[in-house]
Write a protein that binds this ligand. Structure first.
Ligand code: AMP
Ligand code: ZN
Length: 479
């Protein structure tokens, strides 16, 4: 069965087929680096991270590209307020972005192109649009001539006449048509600028995504994603720019995540109703924040509440505790390939495989994570019951190992189990063992070899091997 994706462009679910069988090209609009990003932005980054990783889980190779908008009015404004260079602001918040996505368990993109590193590609694309007669220069600015692109507004489905009359309120003499949008902005005093055939200036926001996505993924590529607020005008304009320049289809599948709302309003910088990821991750782990989002479909709106996060924390803890218990019960047993090998555990293993099919069916259906998470909890419940009834035979251990392998597989795209919670424990165990070794060395110095040897033997029985090294005794887990 193929993965089905809701394509904003066709307004329906479509079966996914990659353009090139070997690799899925995936572009996501990234952050404008002028401040710490908030949990509304985080929703976009997390859901597309999940989708990318689900493709990988299903055997696809994915080339994942996310741009950083590092030149923009907001960055310049922030730099002027602080009396620093705009590149300094962009650098600071780009570094913060990388730290914060790591805190959310987001896998790094394959490429993070920055607008200021691609001025040449951007200018080449603008020049091509002028040459084709779909863009025009006007007093050092370059505009896209919307009337020259008949398919304009086909992504958003907006009515051009209505848009035009709305846009007429703010008349701009330099434009042919009120809907025309800027590709190149003439430099204003005190602003960063680059030389160009149209005078010194800087690129517009929309053209940077067209230029960088095509630079890294080709003129036509598979998936283009972003929040629903980007459908119009950002993605609409990207399509107009790219398709007019190449004469080809641009992105084949358009994915848009729903908003994170707070008290019924979209969380946004401009409304001032935002909570940064920096703040949130002081209290909640990546697993909790991710589970909070995974419990809703990526296209539905989500309301942010403290209670919602607390509930996600309790649920994530249940999953993590179950994962630890399952890990311990599985020991070093290998998973089963089918229920037929399961012997007396056959009925249980059949349930495990049925839940796997259910989870895949849910995920294949436009990434229905709420249904998948529900089934994951069913799996945990079944596994708890099975382990509590006693796991002693090799077949039973292999049945539990099968659950573990499946859980790890689901978590490879959901990221809702707190693996680091396990690390905290092993860190503590490490410290305790260091202390025991230290005391054992003292016993040996006091020539109490009998007790020192007993400690070594009892640790060996618990799977801890003590070895002498030039720096003193060391411990390791028995293989
Ligand atoms: P920005 O840095 O504002 O360009 O946003 C980066 C990404 O976050 C884009 O894909 C936006 O569509 C998305 N985004 C911004 N605000 C929200 C929100 N409240 N809920 C969901 N996604 C959002
Ligand atoms: Zn973009």
């Amino acid at each position: 069965m193929a993965i089905k994706i809701y394509n904003t462009y066709s307004r329906q679910k479509e079966e996914y087929t990659p353009l090139h069988p070997d690799v899925t090209g995936f572009y996501t609009c990234g952050p404008t680096v002028y401040d710490y990003f908030h949990i509304g932005n985080a929703r976009a980054f997390i859901v597309f991270d999940m989708i990318r990783r689900y493709f990988i889980y299903r055997g696809y190779r994915v080339r994942y590209v996310m741009n950083l908008t590092d030149i923009d009015d907001k960055i310049i404004k922030r730099a002027n307020e602080q009396g620093v260079d705009s590149a300094e602001i962009a650098e600071k918040y780009a570094a913060a972005f990388f730290e914060d996505i790591q805190k959310l368990g987001i896998r790094p993109a394959d490429v993070y192109p920055r607008a200021t590193d691609h001025i040449e590609e951007i200018q080449a694309l603008i020049a091509k649009l002028i040459e084709k007669g779909v863009a025009y220069e006007s007093g050092g600015d370059v505009f896209y001539d919307v009337a020259k692109f008949p398919a304009y507004a086909s992504l958003s489905g907006k009515n051009l006449d209505q848009l035009q009359s709305g846009a007429r309120i703010a008349v701009d003499e330099r434009k042919h048509n009120p809907l025309d949008f800027v590709l190149w902005k003439a430099a204003k005093p005190g602003e960063p600028k680059w030389p160009s055939p149209w005078g010194e200036g800087r690129p517009g926001w929309h053209i940077e995504c067209s230029a960088m996505s095509m630079r890294y993924l080709g003129e036509t590529f598979d998936i283009h994603a972003g929040g629903q607020d980007l459908i119009f005008p950002h993605h609409e304009n990207e399509i107009a720019q790219s398709s007019a320049a190449t004469g080809k289809e641009f992105a084949r599948y358009w994915l848009h995540n729903g908003f994170l709302d707070i008290r019924g309003e979209k969380m946004s910088k401009s409304l001032g109703n935002f909570i940064t990821v920096r703040e949130l991750t002081k209290q909640y782990s990546a697993a909790v924040v991710r589970l909070f989002f995974m419990q809703k479909h990526y296209r539905s709106p989500v309301d942010f509440t403290e209670e919602g996060l607390q509930a996600a924390r309790a649920s994530s803890r249940r999953l993590t505790e179950a994962w630890r218990k399952i890990t311990a019960a599985a020991g070093d047993a290998l998973p089963l390939a089918s229920a037929d090998e399961a012997g007396a555990a056959k009925a249980f293993v059949e349930t495990v495989f049925r839940l796997q099919r259910d989870i895949q069916t849910a995920m294949d259906d436009d990434f229905n994570t709420p249904a998948a998470v529900g089934k994951l909890f069913d799996l945990v419940r079944e596994a708890n019951r099975f382990i509590d009834s006693g796991v002693s035979s090799e077949e039973e251990r292999r049945a539990v190992a099968t659950v573990l392998a499946h859980m790890e597989g689901y978590d490879s795209f959901l990221g809702v189990i707190d693996h680091s919670a396990g690390d905290v424990d092993s860190e503590r165990v490490g410290k305790v063992l260091d202390t025991i070794l230290h005391l054992r060395s003292q016993l040996r110095q006091e020539k109490n070899f009998a007790l020192a040897d007993r400690i070594r033997d009892e640790l060996a029985a618990s799977g801890v091997i003590i070895e002498d090294s030039p720096e003193g005794p060391k411990w390791r887990w028995k293989n």
